[in-house]
Design a protein around this ligand. Sequence first.
Ligand code: FES
Ligand code: FES
Length: 150
Amino acid sequence: MAIKLKINGQEQPVDAAPGTPLLWVLRDHLKMTGTKFGCGVAQCGACTVHIDGTPTRSCVLPHDSLEGAEITTIEGIEGRAAEAIREVWIEDNVPQCGYCQSGQIMAATALIAENANPSDAEIDAAMTNLCRCATYMSIRRAIKKAASKV
Ligand code: FES
Ligand code: FES
């Protein structure tokens, strides 16, 4: 039975098997492929979206638990924190292969929207996403630079 999900501010009818993770609803049903599959077991963060503003791993999140929630993906993220992250990510060439970066950007945006001057420890605590290209130090520098612009 179809349910309605609110994704990037728009109601979307979704007809997927009960329990289907949000990641696969986004990618396979709605063709929103900016959110990536990495591990599938809530470890790597490649699939991070915002649920009511909180970074959340969508690969283990049943879509049918989300009626009434505000779901934001990399395609719909907006606001000053997101703009600052986008600007700095480009200026400072943060991505390497890029595969993990939509998840990194979702986590980083939520962090600086809440905390305009994050310490190294706060960045490390918030940024648990994995990067096989080891862009961790670039990400930390970029978060500090972006936070100073918000
Ligand atoms: S794919 Fe979801 S955390 Fe790795
Ligand atoms: S930039 Fe390649 S996995 Fe992170």
